[in-house]
Design a binder for this molecule. Sequence first.
Ligand code: UGC
Ligand code: NI
Length: 161
Amino acid sequence: MQIIRPAPLTRAAFAPFGDVIDTDGADAFPINAGMTTRFHDLATVDVAAGAGRPAIAIFRSTPVSLPFDIALMERHPLASQAFFPLAPRPWLVVVADDEAGRPGTPLAFLATGAQGVNYGRNVWHHPLLALESVTDFLIVDRGGADNLEEFSLEAPVRIEG
Ligand SMILES: NC(=O)N[C@@H](O)C(=O)O
Ligand code: NI
C-alpha cells in the first residue's frame, strides 16, 4: 500500500490547489479606529459559475486518527470550497493534481488550528478530515446542487503520522 505523510501547510506548497487562510503573512491593516485588524483578501471565493451563489455553512466533523486510508477523492466543478476550524486544533488537508480527469497521487498537509484552506474550483480533495475531537468548521462554498464529482481510488493510499 502506498504511504504518504503530511507536510506542514504553507502558502507556497498549497498554491497549486488554492489558498491558505492564515493571519501569518497576510495583508493586515487597522480598521474601526484601530480597535480591529483586518487580515485582508485571504482567499478567492469562486462560486458564480452556472448562476451559483455563495453559501456559508458549519460542518461538525467527527475526527479520524492516523494511520488513515484514503479511498476516494472529490472535486466541485463549479466552485471553490473554503474551510476554517472554529476550534484551535490541527486537521488534515488532502489534495491531488488532476491527471486526465482523475486524481494523481494524493498529497497530505497538516493544518494548524489557526489555518484554513480554500480549495480552488475543480481541485481534487478529500472530504473534511478533523483530528483529535469533534470539530466545527466554517465553510464558504456554492449554494445549490450538482457540484460534486467523486472518484474511488483503485487502491487506498495510507496517511501515516
Ligand atoms: N459534502 C460536502 O459538502 N463536503 C465535501 O465537499 C468536503 O469537501 O468535505
Ligand atoms: Ni468538498
